[in-house]
Write a protein that binds this ligand. Sequence first.
Ligand SMILES: [Mn+2]
Length: 290
Amino acid sequence: MKEATGNRPLPAWLDLPEPRGFRPKRKYRTVWISDIHLGTRGCNAELLLDFLRAIECDTLYLVGDIVDGWRLSKGWYWPDAHNEVVRRILKLAHRGTRVVFIAGNHDEMLRPYAGMSFGGVEIALNAVHTTADGRRLLITHGDEFDSVVLYARWLAFLGDQAYTLLLRSNVVLNRIRRRLGLPYWSLSSYLKKRVKNAVQFIGAFEEAVAHAARDRQVDGVVCGHIHSAEIRQIGDITYHNDGDWVESCTALVEDHNGAIAILDWAEEHRRAANRDAAAARSASKEKEPA
Ligand SMILES: [Mn+2]
């Protein structure tokens, strides 16, 4: 399947110029990115484009909040760089990368299209990924756990039925808010403004996600939503969060042996810039007469 799509000629509108100067692509088995928030000023599209130009992968998971429909419904903000992000992703799909788009809360307008595929991009509510070393990971955006965290204390006494009910009520609550023209109510962003509780919130969120993963009988989970990249073991579940492209500019990557790591692209970019500056300095020194 990969060969078949890879050999098709590229349509002109996807024929994007490659960056000048040879830069070997980093090859990964899987890449996870989320919380890009295209359509907002906060989106760091330039750095994301640099990342997308630098990588190749078999599978790309877009783990939700890729396009910010909540914000776009209030006023249109869509610079060229945001268009190019979309085109880069479609180009990867065209070249044979399997692209799976897990809808988040800010792009929930895509949720009714789960199971369908557009331009080689599969839309899904969540997914199960099998790593090269055979571990099964639940892939989910994570917004449904906002409400679980809120009621975490008494939920512990009520058990799984109440838990499922609560997940549904969050979806319904926000559907109503949307009809009323109110923004998505997110516990994570609410608590972020109250830093003292943020650490506690992140811990509770991670626990709630791990709980859901245990129910699904998988080995781990990959999510986004709280804009905080992390890999940590919670009991028998490995919790992964791919961070975001608003503040931290991070991705999760799986190599061909199944090892998963956080890639901090802002840091990589700083390091590359320092290297270039050092090379330029030493080059100009050599030119100086002795
Ligand atoms: Mn989100």
